[in-house]
Design a binder for this molecule. Structure first.
Ligand SMILES: [Zn+2]
Length: 493
């Protein structure tokens, strides 16, 4: 009997010793922050670092890093019934062999969105990355629900069925929920982040009504203001593209927004947001920041088109709140909840400027995002020990060095600090290359184990070709989402 007990004890101890440290040492996080630099892949980060002439905030050794594949379920743009609706299109699944295939492809490909431009085909890898790329709706949904879906899907599966989201799980666990963006508040990334559900990202007014009316989030901050242009001048007539007329009128009048009859304090100016972030003014119980811009806080100031202008060639609009101020103001509200919080922070212009092939604005947007990371970490201070911070992108854009049409995946070229790096865009749409994932805090190691179990992502993948910007084990975006959900759902003492 005694001998049997000793053997059992030894087996338990041996089991503990061989278990990965993530399952024994890491308590679940009290707070979870997910920061998205939309569309910013490895090349955009490198370009920002070169221009800044110093390491990025995510290069702090406190962060762990791994590449994350952004495979989508289907390139369909609407749901279809099962079983077809739930079937993974095998052609879209990331492998280094597909994504980094350096076989030259002659000829050109037309630009998207009807633009009268063409790009060199370049290489098989470029062709695959363009053809299979996901959008910001299904990528953020994969991260927020752990389930891949079709293009345009907001937290619904391939059949259109609503999925349980991180925001819902966080609220159910007693955490306060907030979402902050430089885009319009009902754009794909903040919509998915706030836990909205829609078969299409295009249902913007309905998404805004959900976000303001369902009683879940206590902070919603961004743009989408019907009364203002993108240059912070009054609009000739209201644009209800992002926030519908009824929701907007309720917000402006301080009236309850149905169905949960939520009353918001609406802020449209930059200064009160700055004061709240500085602690000089109290943050209201329900904070709605809708900055004086219809589509984005700084994105389209003075117009946004292809350009080789350096960052800040067009002065920033003083009327717009900075991402860092919106983020810290949100934290000052969320941290009042004893149960912790879940906050999504998005910088969207890294994506929009990439669509416009405007590297200067990609860099300035990434710098705003970097400042937000630094301010969040500084504000939380010792509370970072109970906070899981995820800093990533939802998808990539094809950006290379100046000879990227001839040299596969040539890195952007260092021309010194303060000088726009040598570069070339190989498309004006998204790419399917993996994006950088940086994580720190409790649960970080569990996220780094988040693979889809496939041959690429199990950590034993062959080292990608030298030309490929991706090396080492590759995580899976939906698997990271499932790991995040597990951390939020984990029982807390
Ligand atoms: Zn985009």
């Amino acid at each position: 009997m005694m001998r049997a007990l000793i053997l059992v004890a030894a087996a338990v101890l041996a089991g503990c010793a061989t278990r990965p440290p993530s399952s024994v040492a890491e308590a679940p996080p009290k707070n979870i922050i997910v920061m998205i630099s939309d569309g910013a892949g490895y090349a955009a980060l490198r370009a920002t670092r070169l221009w800044a002439g110093k390491p990025l905030a995510v290069e702090d050794p406190a962060f762990l890093h791994a590449p994350m594949a952004v495979t989508q379920l289907s390139t369909r743009n609407q749901p279809v019934p099962a079983p077809e609706g739930l079937a993974q299109d095998p052609e879209l699944v990331f492998t280094p062999g597909r994504a980094c295939d350096a076989t030259p492809v002659p000829g050109e490909t037309p630009a998207l969105y009807g633009l009268n431009m063409r790009y060199p085909n370049g290489f098989q890898g470029y062709v695959w990355n363009r053809r299979t790329a996901p959008d910001s709706a299904n990528t953020m949904s994969a991260l927020m629900t752990g389930v891949r879906s079709y293009t345009n899907a907001i937290n619904v599966d391939g059949t259109g069925a609503p999925l349980r989201t991180l925001a819902q799980a966080a609220a159910a666990s007693g955490r306060a929920v907030g979402v902050v963006t430089t885009a319009s508040i009902s754009d794909a990334t903040p919509a998915a982040g706030a836990g909205a559900h829609a078969p299409s990202r295009a249902m913007r007014a309905e998404i805004a009504a959900q976000m303001f009316g369902n009683g879940r989030a206590v902070v919603i901050a961004g743009a989408g203001n019907p009364d203002w242009t993108n240059d912070a001048t009054p609009a000739a007539r209201p644009t209800y593209a992002w926030i519908g007329r009824e929701t907007w009128q309720a917000l402006k009048a301080g009236l309850p927004v149905p169905p949960a009859n939520v009353r918001w304090t609406l802020i449209e100016e930059a200064e009160p947001v700055r004061a709240m972030a500085a602690g000089a003014e109290p943050v209201p119980e329900r904070l709605a920041v809708v900055a004086k811009a219809v589509e984005g806080t700084q994105q389209y100031r003075g117009g946004l088109g292809p350009s080789t202008d350096p960052p800040f060639a067009t002065p920033l609009l003083a009327a717009q709140p900075a991402l860092a101020d919106m983020a810290v103001a949100a934290l000052r509200r969320l941290e009042r909840e004893p149960g912790g919080f879940f906050l999504v922070i998005e910088e969207s212009n890294t994506d929009r400027a990439s669509h416009a092939n405007n590297l200067g604005r990609v860099i300035e947007a990434r710098l705003a995002f970097e400042a937000a990371i630094e301010r969040v970490v500084a504000h939380l201070g010792p509370r970072m020990a109970e906070t899981l911070l995820v800093v990533t992108s939802d998808h990539d854009h094809l950006l290379t060095g100046p000879e990227g049409a001839r040299v596969a995946f040539q890195p952007v070229e260092d021309r010194g600090a303060g000088v726009l790096p040598g570069h070339r865009w190989l498309g004006n749409g998204h790419s399917n290359l993996p994006v950088p994932l940086f994580v720190r805090g409790p649960g970080a190691k569990r996220l780094l184990a988040a693979t889809d179990g496939g041959p690429v992502a199990d950590g034993r993948a062959p080292v990608p070709p030298a030309a490929c910007p991706v090396t080492g084990p590759v995580l899976d975006q939906a698997a990271v989402g499932r790991a995040l959900l597990a951390l939020v759902d984990a029982p807390r003492r």
